[in-house]
Ligand binder design. Structure first.
Ligand code: HEC
Ligand code: HEC
Ligand code: HEC
Ligand code: HEC
Ligand code: HEC
Length: 434
């Protein structure tokens, strides 16, 4: 009786508040056992600018912030499980920060690499990597920065160590926050890429301890983790899912799926899909609420079908742009106009030749890509009804079937900002947040 009485009134309130605080407290503070470090990015001759035609040389390490020591990548069991795939560590070399395209990377000439606009991959656990003996390692890119590149490049470091399972065997892929470093290709200093969203806002739902409404933001087999500036080196305006498509139809749950970008089978049509981040992330969340008329479908690794409409519903209001975007209440990164360097989004790479195994010969020339003009690419990733996309074209000057050259020359010119620009009657802020 006494105890019950004590819990009445303000004490009960205090206990409740403490409970709410306990449940809602951030869990980002636990010190991780692994940290990636990019120590330096240089050219082969040692300069801090890696000019077109030169090879990128990266010095890196993996440290343990709990003990302040470095991991031996050659002997530590966390890093030697390469045969099973439980240990993986890669450096991805991308350009440029005005908007990544990785144009003319030539990565499709490398064994095991396929992509329309992927960065240059460097296996950081390969035998060719130099052990500097001080906890750091040095790796050299297999391909040079192409002669056509300019501006600022980025090295992204991603992958996972192996952790012990219940039997003590090192089979568990442990997520580690991905990191990155910029380097100049032309010019003396690096220019950082624009920052649009705040990863800490994403992690309110995608909690790192796995207790959120959505899974931890560690994608592609726990390799790419909680760093948007690493996602975007691949999820750039020129990249699509073409590498994982095949002309050979397959049957999933009794439904025949044809991944050929030019053929539709039955009521299922899965056209080649752009994976540009400014479309992909809106498209995923808008498909979960049914706001998108046509759910976003991406053909993923091993030809699996990623249909975003099958995911858990986005909680709260989809029109609440500031759930993800950086905003100070007056100026937000979701508003128009976007920076003039933002490119249109490729929806079709015009890859047509077919390999013996049914996959496509990838056309990685961005000049002939079929693009959506950039503002329409963003807005239509949620607003995808025919009525509204026709408004974007007829009133807005947008195109869903253009090229980057037509956008650059002004032959295709969007006018959205005249009516939806910051401060205008139909501004993006007032349309969504008022
Ligand atoms: C090294 C390149 C690369 C990086 C880095 C990368 N992705 Fe991807 N991602 C791809 C490619 C290529 C596809 C399309 C084919 C596929 O689905 O695997 C894709 C597809 C996806 C898809 C849709 C289907 C699927 O496979 O789940 C999601 C969601 C996704 N990526 C999220 C992310 C996020 C979030 C990040 C950063 C934390 C990220 N990706 C980092 C290359 C990358
Ligand atoms: C208000 C909650 C919320 C916020 C904020 C949020 N998401 Fe999500 N997200 C979800 C839900 C719910 C799903 C569906 C989860 C499922 O069923 O797997 C999802 C799915 C995803 C997926 C598909 C793959 C996966 O892990 O399920 C990606 C990628 C993703 N979100 C990225 C992001 C990024 C990047 C941000 C920040 C820019 C973000 N999300 C912010 C709720 C949220
Ligand atoms: C679930 C998270 C999420 C929500 C909600 C969201 N966005 Fe985004 N948005 C993103 C991500 C991720 C990007 C790409 C970020 C990057 O490229 O660094 C993006 C990019 C953009 C861009 C392109 C900016 C640029 O310079 O490239 C615009 C414009 C935009 N969003 C508008 C909106 C509007 C308008 C809303 C609300 C109606 C909204 N977004 C809601 C995640 C979100
Ligand atoms: C993350 C998804 C998302 C993105 C991206 C997005 N919107 Fe919206 N938008 C919404 C939702 C949800 C609503 C509310 C619809 C409703 O309440 O019926 C909305 C409403 C609007 C409205 C008001 C329509 C009306 O009938 O009142 C306008 C105008 C608008 N959006 C313009 C834009 C423009 C321009 C862009 C691109 C810069 C954009 N939106 C990008 C989700 C989005
Ligand atoms: C001449 C002015 C004007 C221009 C230019 C313009 N819009 Fe609009 N837009 C409007 C008006 C007015 C509405 C209706 C708003 C409402 O219903 O509250 C609208 C509505 C929208 C909506 C929301 C539609 C809905 O019902 O949910 C989207 C999305 C949109 N516009 C995108 C764009 C894009 C993208 C461009 C540029 C490619 C563009 N608009 C150019 C005036 C314009």
């Amino acid at each position: 009786m006494k105890n019950t009485r004590r819990l009445n009134g303000s004490r009960l309130l205090a206990v409740l508040l403490l409970t709410v605080f306990f449940l809602a407290r951030p869990v980002f503070s636990a010190t991780p056992a692994f940290q990636y470090n990019i120590v330096s990015v240089r050219s082969l001759s040692g300069g801090s600018t890696v000019a077109p035609g030169q090879f990128v040389v990266v010095r890196f390490s993996v440290s343990n912030p709990q003990t302040g020591t470095f991991y031996s990548l050659a002997t530590d069991p966390a890093w030697t499980q390469t045969a099973s795939g439980a240990s993986r560590l890669f450096l991805q070399i991308a350009w440029d920060t005005r908007d990544f395209t990785n144009a003319n990377s030539n990565i499709n000439s490398l064994a095991g690499s396929r992509g329309a606009a992927d960065p240059i991959p460097v296996n950081a656990l390969a035998a060719t990597v130099t052990n500097n003996g001080d906890g750091t390692y040095t790796a050299t890119a297999p391909l040079p920065i192409p002669s056509t590149a300019g501006g600022t490049g980025e090295v992204a470091m991603e992958g996972h160590p192996a952790g012990p399972d219940a039997t003590g065997a090192f089979t568990v892929r442990v997520p580690v926050k991905s990191v990155f470093k910029y380097f100049p290709i032309t010019g003396a200093a690096s220019v950082a890429r624009r920052q649009i969203v705040d990863i800490n806002k994403c992690m309110v739902c995608h909690r790192p301890d796995g207790t959120g409404v959505a899974p931890r933001l560690t994608l592609h087999g726990n390799n790419r983790t909680e760093e948007v500036q690493v996602c975007v080196v691949c999820h750039n305006p020129d990249n699509t899912d073409i590498a994982f498509r095949s002309t050979i139809p397959k049957v999933v749950n009794g439904v025949t799926i044809n991944e050929n970008p030019v053929v539709q089978v039955g009521s299922n049509s899965y056209p080649e899909q752009g994976i540009d981040f400014k479309r992909l992330i809106h498209g995923i969340h808008a498909s979960t609420t049914g706001f998108r008329r046509n759910p976003l479908v991406v053909i993923a690794f091993n030809g699996t079908v990623f249909d975003a409409s099958t995911l858990t519903r986005f909680p709260g209001e989809l029109s609440n742009c500031v759930a993800c975007h950086i905003d100070n209440g007056r100026v937000g990164t979701f508003e128009l106009p976007m920076a003039s360097s933002v490119l249109g989004t490729t929806m079709n790479t015009r890859s047509s030749g077919v390999n013996a195994n049914g996959t496509f010969v990838i056309n990685s020339d961005p000049a002939n890509d079929v693009k959506i003009s950039p503002t329409a690419a963003v807005c239509s990733s949620c607003h995808d009804s025919g009525e509204v996309t026709r408004h974007m074209v007829s009133t807005g000057g947008a195109s869903f079937n253009t090229t980057q050259a037509a956008l650059n020359s002004g032959a295709v010119k969007e006018r959205c900002v005249n009516c939806h620009g910051a401060g205008k009657e139909e501004s993006v802020r007032s349309a969504h947040l008022d």
